[in-house]
Design a protein around this ligand. Structure first.
Ligand code: DQA
Length: 146
């Protein structure tokens, strides 16, 4: 039976490649999806990779992950990380383990990025390793879901 992982991406991550390449690198979200699929294959995960600019859509997908009892969620919630009580509550509402991830080291950036609304609701946080943060998040999920 295949073990599904949701990799969820929040606002503006569809702009990767064009968006602030000095911070986020020159790769696109499609490149990251391909990396996740390749890593998933090695780890025994099927990757369901999604992006939305809309907070409620992300909430719906977290609920869907709970309903389907997927193995885990890796989420880069983008700017909603710093603002969204709704995402915090959605993560708390399911029993699926969630790993928060960021491409950049949010703690080395503007002060408003230092606080995560979702961090208290997730299993752990990975940030600052560029797009490799995604693959590291999959490894983290593997280590806690074996
Ligand atoms: C980000 C960091 C957030 O502060 C920012 O709003 C993003 C991307 C990252 O991956 O480094 O959109 O989550």
């Amino acid at each position: 039976m295949s073990k599904t992982i949701f990799v969820l991406n929040g606002p503006n991550l569809n702009m990767l490649g064009k968006r602030e390449p000095g911070i986020y690198g020159g790769g696109t979200l499609k490149d990251i999806e391909n990396d996740c699929i390749a890593a998933g294959r090695e780890l025994g995960f099927e990757i369901d990779f999604r992006q939305s600019n809309h907070e409620g859509v992300l909430v719906d997908w977290i609920h869907e992950a709970g309903d389907k009892a997927v193995v885990g969620i890796a989420i880069n919630a983008g700017a909603y990380t710093h603002t969204s009580i709704a995402l915090h509550d959605a993560i708390r509402a399911i029993s699926v383990p969630v790993v928060e991830l960021h491409i950049s080291n949010v703690h080395a950036r503007e002060e408003f990025r230092h606080h995560s609304m979702i961090a208290p609701a997730v299993k752990g946080v990975i940030c600052g390793f560029g797009t490799a943060s995604y693959v590291l998040a999959l490894h983290a999920l593997k280590s806690i879901t074996a």
